[in-house]
Design a protein around this ligand. Structure first.
Ligand code: ADP
Length: 495
């Protein structure tokens, strides 16, 4: 027994104080929340603490004698290598770098790595590295940076974000959203009714119905509407949003953005005004050209040179094309201004269809237009405008089937409606373009870069006209195989 300084007996052990402090020191390392790694002068691991298992998922043996750099994220390797090289030149010094290490499951975590060169220390003889896990700190710093960047982007691009919790009827807006509605900061009520109140009276019913429908059925929202600012000015906004469901799969929240498109709308308006003015200006000289051509034709009726008559025919055909283009442009700008007049009367569709087919056949040498069936039905509508629609569909069928020689036109009916189809065996329309071809100026891109004459407005006009007759116009098509355009119109009565 040994005695302590008070003369009390103490148990004798074989352990020296150096042994016990090494044991304590090892325990400290093993249970540390950091990873301690000793590497030799070549950067190979000669000791790694067992804490690596809890933090990165490896057994320490997996990394023994391997280069530590193999654990480091490829983007961080060069700065870690640089620190290592520096350290080798400066015995006793330390370096600190932030780097990512790969976990066994392939994920990366962030560490603050502190390395000290103790190669010259005879008790250690290694570079000692401590890896302190800072992933959480990095993530929250990143989240803050992202949030800040997101807010700056919203301000810079005039985008207002919103989130509407549908069942609870609460809407949270980013401050930029309030600016888009001309509202002072923090004054938005935060409920659907408060948003509704900002809408222009002419757009309110439609916009509310669209938003409510998407909120009820799920999916994506893309709509435009006008809002009235408190100062009396009117601004155009576009809302893009998506509905996310709750755990039961019920639509729960709508998250999206508002964009100010007032300037785009103003540009569109200027373009419409220009088209309107240009088509009016073009109409007058074309009308007088047609008049003079008729005069010339009557004067030259007896002219012996057949070429003169051929040239006059060609001139007239080109003038007719020009007249059609200009009148389409005029109609389009009238639609934009809500001023396209309709003269409604009883229309015999069989007769109209036969007339149009004959007119087109008279100027078409490449295709045979085959009219099948007749429906013996009447609709109420504007005969001339309905004729334009049929003319557009059949001439498109000819135009977009340059390698075919037939166009099939059908007419049939049931109790309520008449159905007309125009089928071609031409280039067809890709799925992505099938709705878009009814937009103003949209022309489907052709992969063969073949160009077809036209302005891209006939189908827009045609659909508008058919919708004004309470009918529908749609297309079925396969790229490369041909298209069938369908028109349905409500029947007036049966004969
Ligand atoms: P366009 O003056 O360009 O013919 P339209 O409004 O009539 O304008 O048609 C819009 C676009 O729809 C066309 O540019 C073409 O890409 C496509 N399209 C229309 N009809 C057909 C058809 N029968 N077959 C294939 N594509 C068609």
């Amino acid at each position: 027994m040994a005695r302590n300084e008070n003369g009390k007996q103490m148990p004798l052990t074989t352990e020296t104080s150096a042994d016990s402090s090494e044991r304590r020191f090892r325990a400290l390392i093993e249970y540390s929340s950091d990873i301690i790694v000793l590497v030799n002068v070549r950067g190979q691991v000669i000791y790694i603490s067992s804490s690596i298992t809890a933090i990165l998922g490896y057994e320490p043996e997996e990394w023994m004698h391997n280069p530590i750099l193999a654990l480091v994220h490829p983007s961080d390797v060069s700065q870690v290598q640089q620190a290592f090289d520096d350290l080798l030149q400066t015995p006793g010094q330390s370096r600190r770098v932030d780097c990512r290490l790969r976990c066994k499951d392939g994920e990366y975590r962030w560490f603050e790595a502190t390395s000290t060169n103790l190669l010259a220390n005879p008790d250690v003889g290694a570079l000692v590295n401590t890896f302190h896990d800072i992933t959480a700190r990095k993530q929250s710093a990143n989240a803050e940076r992202n949030q800040e960047r997101f807010e700056l982007v919203q301000q810079a691009a005039h985008i207002g974000t919103f989130e509407w919790i549908v069942p609870g009827d609460t809407i949270s807006w980013a401050t930029e959203a309030e600016a888009l509605y001309g509202l002072p900061l923090g004054s938005f009520g935060g409920h659907f009714a408060a948003w509704e109140a900002t809408l222009h009276p002419e757009d309110r019913e439609r916009a509310v119905a669209e938003v409510r429908q998407v909120a009820a059925e799920g999916g994506d929202l893309d709509t435009v509407f006008r809002v009235c600012w408190p100062d009396g000015s009117v601004h155009w906004l576009r809302a893009l949003a998506r509905v996310f469901s709750d755990e039961q799969g019920q639509p729960y929240r709508m998250v999206g953005v508002n964009l100010d498109i007032t300037e785009n709308k103003a540009q569109e308006q200027r373009k419409d005004n220009f088209i309107n003015m240009a088509s009016h200006e073009l109409k007058t000289p074309i009308t007088s050209l047609i008049g003079y051509t008729h005069l010339l034709r009557s004067r030259l009726k007896e002219h012996p040179d057949p070429q003169v008559h051929l040239f006059l025919d060609r001139k007239e055909a080109q003038l007719n094309k020009l007249t059609l283009l200009v009148s389409e442009l005029l109609d389009m700008s009238k639609i934009q201004m809500g001023q396209l007049p309709y003269q409604t009367k009883r229309v015999d569709l069989d007769e109209l269809l036969r007339e149009i087919v004959e007119d087109i056949q008279a100027i078409t040498t490449t295709h045979q237009i085959i009219l099948q069936d007749n429906a013996s039905v009447y609709v109420r509508g504007d005969r001339e405008r309905l004729g334009h629609v049929l003319f557009n569909l059949i001439s498109n069928a000819v135009k977009y089937s340059p390698r075919a020689n037939q166009v099939l036109v059908w007419i049939s009916h049931d109790e309520e409606q008449v159905l007309i189809s125009v089928q071609d065996f031409g280039i067809g329309i890709a799925e992505a373009d099938r709705e878009r071809i009814f937009e103003r100026f949209y022309q489907a891109p052709d992969p063969l870069e073949q160009t077809y004459p036209g302005l891209g407005i006939s189908l827009y006009l045609s659909r508008t006209i058919i919708q004004r007759h309470q009918g529908r116009l749609w297309v079925e098509s396969r790229k490369g195989k041909g298209s069938t355009f369908w028109v349905s119109l409500p029947l007036e009565s049966r004969e």
